[in-house]
Design a protein around this ligand. Structure first.
Ligand code: AMP
Length: 496
């Protein structure tokens, strides 16, 4: 039997069959039962059958709606993969993604004409339930794709990370191996946009145990909605980015969530003091710092916070722990030689969760993947790490100019690329800085005399998603340089 069926489709079908009247989702203030989810999946599958199309990758214009989630499961049951299109991202960027994956259809739970000139748009909310299509699945192998996510690319074009059905099933297997005991009584948070890979764990895994998933709307302030859901529904499981609780830190004293059983963090460095303070709001929860890039399917290492003993940490940042997968996680020096002591090196990842490579991007693949002497294929994460106590891995920082803004992965050079497209020869530099709330923001420096910024802002907004737009734009007549004649970034930062 395929691993994807074993770990995903069969448990999902069983939940829909055996507890049809229990709630699967709570979206925009409304509960949806497993029966209703099954009906929406069937309705969408009927429409997909009617296309009679061989396309393997279908786009979904994502919304906080039951039909968006049902579309994902319908595609999987039809042996297809999805690529999410974010409504707040520039249409041009989304069309570039459609073109890259050669999608012929877009599933959309809202009426939308934005992609009608490049694709057939299917309005899923209007599809009527006809026949239950739950038990029969189209033939697919574990090597077929489950989804493709596009992340910021340093050359100005987003790069696709395809994850196979085997990759996703291996993640689910590894997730259960950590020992999380979810049941149908659990109430779980889903606070991520579907363009972010942490969403896949949040919208999928609880369903495999028949639990109920509470989603955070796309509109409004996310961290406020998170707390409202936690309080009103006494949630028991939550995966969040550290930025989310960083915003909530001033209110920690007022919080008490005794029902919470597991509180996971991923996507960014987790400061130990924030994690410990947060732990006092959740007296009964295990708090885990999990780590992983999109390329290695959601996350692949885990560290459990110790409430009453010293933690493994570096510079106040909590360890990312040890591998939770059957795959190997190693730290290597510049010659790809494995480091076994406490020297800093680059973290490299291997195993069943690892993507086969970037979508149609041989150059990037040659840079990012390498083979060890024993034939194991590794991914260079770009993360600098070293072994701490008990083999727990400490996170030091990035090797390159990739930064995280509210958990979103950003190549600063992609922003600089678009600014230069607009400004011509002008020197442009983007830096991340810590704002007054303790989270990261972006500042753009432009080597030019002061001038009107609006046209540049409008141009960037037409090319980049909102989280990639700099919050500060600063003109500097001449960039300062340091003794090695490089741009002096620390002097520039002082201008923020
Ligand atoms: P993404 O592909 O968006 O999941 O981003 C992956 C990157 O986020 C990693 O390569 C790290 O740089 C960073 N990251 C993810 N989880 C953690 C963590 N727990 N601690 C520190 N950095 C993390």
């Amino acid at each position: 039997m395929s691993k994807f069926n074993q770990y995903i489709l069969i448990p999902l079908r069983d939940a829909m069959r055996n507890q049809a009247e229990r709630n699967a989702y709570f979206i925009q203030g409304k509960y949806y039962t497993y029966r209703y989810l099954a009906e929406r999946i069937s309705a969408i599958r009927c429409a997909i059958h009617d296309w009679q199309s061989e396309e393997k990758v279908v786009a979904i214009a994502i919304h906080d709606s039951i039909d968006t989630y049902a579309s994902i499961f319908a595609l999987w049951m039809e042996g297809k993969a999805y690529v999410p299109l974010h409504p707040n991202q520039p249409v041009e960027r989304n069309k570039n993604i459609i073109a890259q994956v050669e999608a012929k259809h877009v599933l959309d739970s809202e009426k939308n004409e934005a992609y009608a000139d490049v694709c057939q748009v299917v309005y899923t909310a209007s599809l009527e339930y006809a026949k239950e299509y739950v038990d029969d699945w189209a033939e697919a192998t574990d090597d077929d794709l489950a989804y493709i996510l596009f992340t910021s690319g340093s050359t100005g074009v987003p790069k696709g990370v395809p994850l196979s059905r085997k990759n996703l099933a291996a993640f689910v297997e590894a997730f259960w191996n950590i020992g999380y005991e979810l049941t149908q009584e659990d109430r779980c948070l889903q606070c991520f946009d579907l363009t972010f890979d942490l969403s896949v764990m949040s919208y999928l895994v609880p369903l495999l145990k028949g639990a109920c998933i509470y989603t955070v709307p796309y509109e409004g302030v996310k961290y406020i909605a998170v707390v409202q859901l936690m309080e009103a529904h006494q949630l028991t499981f939550a995966l969040m980015t550290p930025s989310t609780i960083q915003y909530l830190r001033p209110y920690f004293e007022e919080f008490d969530f005794p029902a919470m059983r597991y509180s996971l963090f991923c996507g960014e460095a987790l400061p130990t003091d924030v994690a410990l303070e947060w732990s006092r709001c959740l007296p009964n929860a295990e708090i885990d710092n999990v780590y992983g890039p999109t390329e290695d399917t959601i996350f692949c290492t885990a560290y459990r916070l110790r409430r009453n003993e010293p933690n493994v940490e570096h510079n106040g940042v909590l360890s990312i722990g040890t591998t939770m997968t059957s795959g190997k996680v190693i730290i290597v020096d510049e010659n790809n030689q494995e480091i076994h002591d406490d020297q800093v090196g680059e973290l490299c990842l291997s195993g069943e969760q690892l993507t086969q490579g970037y979508w149609k991007n041989p150059e990037k693949n040659a840079e990012a993947f390498w083979f060890a002497e024993d034939g194991t294929r590794y991914y260079r994460s770009g993360d600098l790490c070293f072994y701490g106590e008990g083999g727990n891995i400490n996170f030091v920082g990035r090797k390159d100019s990739q930064v995280k803004i509210n958990g979103f992965r950003i190549e600063l050079s992609e922003i600089e690329f678009h600014a230069r497209q607009f400004l011509g020869d002008t020197l442009v530099l983007v830096l991340a800085y810590t704002n007054s709330e303790g989270t990261q923001s972006l500042a753009m420096f432009i080597e030019a005399k002061e001038q009107d910024l609006q046209a540049l802002k409008d141009y960037l907004a037409s090319k980049l998603p909102p989280y990639m737009l700099p919050t500060k734009m600063i003109y500097v007549e001449k960039f300062p340089v340091n003794s090695s004649n490089k741009i002096d970034r620390s002097s520039l930062k002082k201008l923020i």
